[in-house]
Ligand binder design. Structure first.
Ligand SMILES: Cc1ncc(C[n+]2csc(CCOP(=O)(O)OP(=O)(O)O)c2C)c(N)n1
Ligand SMILES: [Mg+2]
Length: 377
């Protein structure tokens, strides 16, 4: 029996508008208002600068382990920009820039990474889920939210973030499958940053792209230059419009790179070369967007200082926040504490009463660390 090709034929598109050299494909240039272009750049810069500041705070012991976003600012801002406040944003653990855009205060982000429960709590009217550490588990949750929106006849859209490594988890496939079956308004944003800790993409999947995985679930998939904020925006806007119009989910693969450490507990020099990092530094999403804005005369003087002042104010609010009661760690895991934890709770309560331990932050480092400008922490 002859074999016949099935119709329809499938294809996966790749989209790039502003390349690493700053070349613009003017025919694809989105018509974004000047004010919005400026706001997007400011948010990218804020994400980058806060990231740098958080690394220092972590090294000083003032916050715990966290996952820097350096290199992924365009993937986050180009996509999250397309959401309305009434839409839902579902982050993984590496979405600082997207979360700031959605209104998470800096001090709350810092509280989260300093281990305080309060840092994980969205504002009552905020349609965001908190940071999610277990890889890919947030993806089915997002489909559930989209199912609920559809059930209630709301026109809200759900955007969910995850990494390349997450696509090896069953949760990713289950989520895409049901999103396709139910035709729900969800946009899957995969930030393919080439690495899942020390595991490179080629050990994660044998597929040519991550975007093509969408086709197996009957939904559109597109691969974009994730360091090109204009391309990410264009793909995301199309996906969000499709979802809002009732035309179902989309998978967007943002091809990007984690320029920094996986988390502050990681040393990437053990598993990847300096040459590789240098090559991606050339493709930095901020550099090319700055060049684009400069040509349009949309770069504001003093923006760095303004952003740094905003960060300093956020850090000051974080430091001024009353430290949480350490006993709170026993509160929300079990409806009824098992006996061994009851004993541990009592032991800790006793130590706190005696003043043997207590909530405190490490003292200010002195003198300032090398390479730091005075006044910076
Ligand atoms: C279910 C689960 N398994 C393992 C881990 C440990 N872990 C944290 S991040 C990570 C890699 C994730 O890689 P990727 O999805 O590409 O996201 P990226 O860190 O690159 O943003 C792993 C294995 C975890 N948090 N959750
Ligand atoms: Mg990754």
């Amino acid at each position: 029996m002859p074999r016949t090709p099935l119709e329809p034929r499938f294809q996966v598109e790749y989209l790039s508008i502003l390349d690493a050299e700053g070349n613009l494909d003017a025919s694809l240039e989105p018509k974004l208002p000047a004010g919005d272009l400026k706001r997007i750049y400011r948010a990218m810069l804020l994400g980058r600068r806060l990231d740098e500041r958080m690394v220092r705070l972590q090294r000083q012991g003032r916050i715990g382990t966290f996952a820097p976003i350096k290199g992924q600012e365009a993937s986050q801002l180009g996509s999250v920009y397309t959401l309305r406040p009434t839409d839902w944003m579902v982050p993984s653990f590496r979405e600082t820039a997207a979360m700031l855009w959605r209104g998470w205060p800096i001090e709350k982000m810092l509280l989260f990474f300093a281990g305080y429960l309060e840092g994980g709590q969205p504002a009552p009217d905020q349609r965001d889920l908190p940071i999610c550490i277990p890889v890919a588990t947030q993806v089915p949750h997002a489909v559930g939210l989209a199912y609920a929106a559809q059930y209630r006849n709301e026109d809200s859209v759900v955007m969910v973030y995850f990494g390349d490594g997450a696509t090896s988890e069953g949760d990713f496939h289950e989520a895409l499958n049901f999103a396709g079956v139910w035709h729900v308004p969800v946009v899957f944003v995969c930030q393919n940053n080439q690495w899942a800790i020390s595991v490179p993409l080629k050990k994660q999947t044998h597929s040519r792209t991550i975007a093509q995985k969408a086709l197996a679930y009957g939904i559109p998939g597109i691969q974009v230059d994730g360091n090109d904020v204009l391309a990410v925006y264009t793909a995301a806007r199309e996906a969000v419009e499709r979802a809002r119009a009732g035309d179902g989910p989309t998978l967007i693969e943002c091809v990007t790179y984690r320029l920094g450490v996986h988390t502050t507990a990681d040393d990437p020099t053990k598993y990847r070369s300096n040459e590789e990092v240098a090559e991606w530094e050339r493709k930095d999403p901020l550099t090319r967007f700055v060049a684009y804005l400069r040509k349009k005369r949309l770069l504001d003087e003093g923006l760095e200082q303004e952003v740094d002042a905003e960060i300093a104010a956020g850090v000051a609010r974080f430091e001024a926040t009353a430290a949480a009661d350490p006993l709170a760690m026993f509160d929300h895991i079990y409806a009824e504490l098992p006996p061994d934890l009851k004993v541990q709770r009592e032991m800790l309560a006793e130590r706190l009463r005696k003043g043997e331990t207590g909530p405190r932050r490490p003292p200010e480092p002195s003198p300032p660390m090398r390479g730091q400008r005075s006044g910076q922490r």
